[in-house]
Design a binder for this molecule. Structure first.
Ligand SMILES: [Zn+2]
Length: 119
């Protein structure tokens, strides 16, 4: 599952950041995920729960993952029409060519996270 490795990378970063900032256990992680970022929110949640349960030194037992979806948007470079692509290479509905430039929807990043200060 592709989302396992995405989530693994994120948790690695969080772990380092939390250690650097003296944060004890992480309680909440907020991600922004584009609709065409090639990451399924349900699979991300499942991956998060697996990692959380395996890393209870790093997370509280009820730590949660919050996902904000970023809507996808593309603009055709030929006719200028803005439309909602359902994948990275999507046909412009007017030109019927894959001439759209993706403006939004490919984001995949951590917005924020919260944790206790441990001691
Ligand atoms: Zn077009």
């Amino acid at each position: 599952m592709h989302e396992m490795s995405l989530m693994g990378d994120i948790l690695q970063l969080l772990q380092e950041d939390a250690a650097a900032n003296g944060i004890g256990k992480i309680e909440k992680v907020e991600l922004i995920v584009g609709e065409i970022a090639n990451a399924m929110p349900d699979a991300l949640r499942m991956a998060f729960e697996i990692f959380r349960d395996e890393n209870l030194h790093l997370f509280t037992k009820n730590a949660e993952l919050v996902i904000q979806l970023e809507e996808a948007k593309a603009k055709c470079v030929l006719c200028g029409k803005e439309y909602k692509p359902d994948q990275k290479i999507a046909l412009c509905p007017s030109c019927l060519l894959p001439s759209g430039k993706v403006l939004k929807g490919e984001t995949f990043q951590v917005l924020s996270y919260e944790g206790s200060n441990g001691k």
